[in-house]
Design a protein around this ligand. Structure first.
Ligand code: PLP
Length: 398
């Protein structure tokens, strides 16, 4: 018989009662170091007093009023994001997929408003992940995820990542824009070449295309800058954010310059929950922490440290790891053995890591991770690596 909770996930048999910083405590008393952050989302870790208090205080005042009324918490959060980014205006929603849907609609509608309704297609990339709704699945283009869900939403042309010739060849008279993750998370922790991002900006300028950036996973401080594209010294025209933006509270956003934001006039797009007082109180509390002086610089420093240690571990155990890759506090180890085996060994040692495409073990600790946490994580990772050595030897002998 089917379980009451729909079994569409392959869940690990771990249930948590509470958390503190980077640590999670299971209902049966185990203590685990969380280097997954609920998929790069709980960026302030668990039980962060400032975030928890902001949510509790707002919940006691007013949680939800709908977008029929002004929402001061959303106005403030939008202004702070505008002040900190390329954007002139922000639309709030509830998830990454929904942010990407909003971004896709904004890009198409902007072309329509510019008198070019025939320009509705997008160039997207192999290894991308943009979400599980019908349009974002089409943008993701992964055959496994699309199977059995009817006609694929029209208008997405997939080309190899980091390949500028392929992009240039794909530009046509129906192209509206390009949608790219500056650092592919689900796809295997694959960073875009910074020159590739600059070239995408240039090709958009050359052909009058809109540059859309999916920063759902790479944004909100994850790489040591507020958004990962900043490393390339370019700005997109529109951008999606979610995951870390609410520190674990469901919140998503579409950020855009005025030229494109103005396409979503009253009546063109909307959501009931999006940007409600409670979600925006969470978003503001997250920004209080990550925009505090020195915070992002420290994320960058910790990211470099984590990466240096992963490089060393990969060098030490070439029979287990091919290489380390990533940016800031979103790092990956490309595994030789099935990544799930390494992940299970990590959990056995007390370290929660997650997996990603291309057989990569993904490490995305909360941005508040301490140096002591990093020390412990690396001890656990080394132990886990030694645990799978016999399995690697067996595989090599075959
Ligand atoms: C997780 C993710 C999404 C989808 O976000 P949901 O909140 O799960 O809908 C979209 N894009 C990227 C890059 C992501 O990592």
């Amino acid at each position: 018989m089917i379980s009451a909770l729909l079994p569409n996930y392959a869940r690990a048999d771990l249930a948590f009662e509470r958390g503190e910083g980077c640590w999670l405590f299971t209902v049966d008393g185990r203590r685990l170091l969380d280097f997954g952050s609920g998929i790069a989302t709980a960026s302030l870790g668990h039980g962060h007093p400032h975030l928890a208090r902001a949510i509790a205080e707002q919940a006691a005042k007013v949680m939800h009023v709908s977008n029929l009324y002004r929402i001061p918490q959303a106005e403030r959060l939008a202004q702070r994001l505008v002040d900190a980014t390329f954007a002139d205006s922000v639309f709030f929603c509830n998830s990454g997929a929904e942010a990407n849907e909003g971004m896709i609609k904004m890009m198409r509608r902007a072309m329509y408003d510019a008198g070019k309704p025939e320009r509705f297609r997008f160039i997207v990339f192999e290894g991308a992940f943009h979400g599980r709704t019908l349009a974002t699945l089409a943008a993701t283009g992964n055959a496994k995820y699309l199977e059995g869900f009817g006609p694929v939403v029209e208008g997405f042309d997939q080309v190899p990542f980091n390949n500028m010739n392929a992009v240039r060849n794909a530009v046509g008279s129906a192209t509206a824009g390009i949608i790219v993750e500056p650092l592919q998370g689900e796809g295997g922790v694959r960073p875009a070449d910074m020159q590739f991002l600059r070239d995408l900006r240039a090709v958009c300028d050359e052909f009058g295309l809109i540059l859309g950036m999916d920063e759902v996973q790479s944004g909100m401080g994850r790489t040591g800058r507020l958004f990962a594209h900043e490393w390339a010294g370019i700005t997109p025209d529109v951008m999606s954010a979610a995951k870390g933006i609410g520190g674990g509270f469901p919140l998503g956003a579409v950020l855009a310059t005025e030229e494109f934001a103005k396409a979503l006039k009253p009546g063109t797009h909307g959501t009931t929950f999006g940007g409600n007082p409670l979600a925006c109180a969470a978003g503001n509390a997250v920004l209080d922490i990550i925009l505090a002086p020195g915070f992002l610089a420290d994320v960058e420093r910790k990211g470099r440290r984590l990466r240096a240690e992963l490089d060393e571990i990969a060098r030490e155990y070439p029979q287990i790891y091919e290489d380390a890759r990533g940016m800031g506090l979103l790092q990956g180890l490309k595994c030789v053995l099935p990544q799930g085996e390494v992940q299970a060994a990590c959990v056995a040692e007390g370290l929660m890591a997650i997996t990603a495409g291309e057989n990569v073990l993904r490490l995305a600790p909360p941005l508040v991770v301490t140096d002591a946490d990093l020390d412990e994580a690396m001890v656990m990772l080394r132990r886990a690596t030694r645990r799978v050595l016999p399995s690697a030897a067996k595989a090599a002998a075959k």
